[in-house]
Design a protein around this ligand. Structure first.
Ligand code: ZN
Ligand code: ZN
Length: 366
């Protein structure tokens, strides 16, 4: 393969690869497409495992057009792990080598703007301006639903020796869970309420525990909530109604010190404040279509803090360490495995929450 840049290949790479291509809202096709070439600061990675994210489902519906993706056709996917098979220009000397197992995350900031320089690269001022090097994989630039993906080394995390690619593929969503817990500042002994029992809720639960929460109560539903209960969570089914009242009962009226909202529904948005007590810290990851009235008076008079959460900045290495040490569990939440070419079936299982679908993993080239 020839390149406009000086790219070092570790093995012979075919010109074409199999990929899941979104051609229109709700239309996905398995296509043979050119293998991408690494740009400055990028490596080419062979994807070994990639995981479906709830955001992908919304993107596939067309709900984020024309931002994510900015044009069609597009290749989505941003939760993945694989092995470096080619090194692009200006990638030497950063601790990543040919053949390394790496986990991907979606945001690569420009690296030079004020937000990037203070570590908030998920808020890069050059968002979407790819000339500056900014990328958001699987959103505005090619993602991991393919045999190969190019990725800036800024958005890659070297996996510890012996870690499985399934664990590596959990780094992006687990990082979102950890960042949610970090934004709200979970302190040892805190009572934490998590709204939502999907993948981010699961990893917010695991992260809150790893950060020393005293009690963690998860509000969710169905088989997903049962899986969390099996992992030791106190659970409240939203289907039984009266969620804030039940949190009151369970906490002797004190409510939670920390609320982590991960469901993105109108109810969960409102409950994020309703379930928090005096001085509570509330982190919100979801944006519902209809923003409800909130108990703003309580927010003021009870000195509650509310934090927005976007993705998972600076959490990749931390979650790798937590997963590797066994303090953040992944395996109980892997519910489905498919070859990448059966993407539609995997997508449908995730959407239908078949058997409590949580982490639905795909293997390219299988
Ligand atoms: Zn995701
Ligand atoms: Zn930037």
């Amino acid at each position: 393969m020839s390149s406009r840049f000086d790219v070092r290949y570790g093995e012979e790479i075919a010109d074409k690869m199999e990929a899941v291509v979104m051609t229109a809202p709700e239309i996905l096709e398995i296509q043979s497409v050119p293998v991408p070439e690494p740009d400055i600061g990028e490596v080419l990675v062979k994807v070994e495992c990639t995981t479906i994210c709830g955001t992908d489902i919304e993107i596939i519906k067309g709900g984020h057009l024309p931002n994510w993706p900015p044009q069609l056709p597009a290749i989505l996917g941003h939760e993945w792990a694989g092995r470096i098979v080619a090194m692009g220009p200006m990638t030497e000397g950063f601790g990543l080598e040919m053949g390394d197992a790496v986990a991907g995350t979606s945001h690569a900031g420009c690296g030079a703007c004020r937000m990037c320089l203070i570590g908030r690269y998920n808020l890069c001022y050059n968002y979407g301006n790819t000339v500056t090097g900014h990328r958001q994989y699987g959103h505005i630039t090619q993602g991991s639903y393919a045999e190969y993906v190019t990725n800036n080394i800024r958005a890659l995390h070297k996996m510890p020796e012996g870690m499985s690619f399934e664990h590596g593929s959990a780094v992006d969503p687990a990082g979102c869970g950890l960042w949610t817990a970090k934004r709200a500042g979970v302190n040892p002994g805190d009572t934490v309420v998590i709204l939502g029992s999907g993948p981010i809720g699961v990893f917010a639960y695991e992260s809150a525990k790893a950060m020393g929460a005293g009690r963690v109560i998860v509000v969710g539903g169905g088989r997903r909530l049962e899986i969390l209960e099996e992992q030791g969570a106190e659970v409240v089914s939203y289907r039984d109604g009266g969620v804030p009242e039940r949190i009151d009962e369970m906490t002797d009226g004190r409510k939670a010190n920390v609320v982590l909202e991960t469901a993105g529904t109108t109810d969960s948005f409102r409950w994020s404040v309703d379930c928090g007590g005096k001085g509570a810290r509330v982190a919100i990851t979801g944006i519902p279509e209809n923003i409800p009235d909130m108990a703003w008076k309580r927010v003021v008079l009870e000195e509650m803090d509310i934090f927005g959460v976007r993705a998972n900045p600076n959490c990749g290495d931390e979650v790798l360490a937590l997963i590797h040490s066994g303090r953040l569990k992944v395996d109980p939440y892997i519910t489905h495995r498919f070859p990448l070419r059966e993407y539609q079936e995997a997508h449908d299982a995730f959407v239908a929450r078949k058997d409590g679908a949580l982490l639905v993993n795909l293997t390219p080239g299988a």
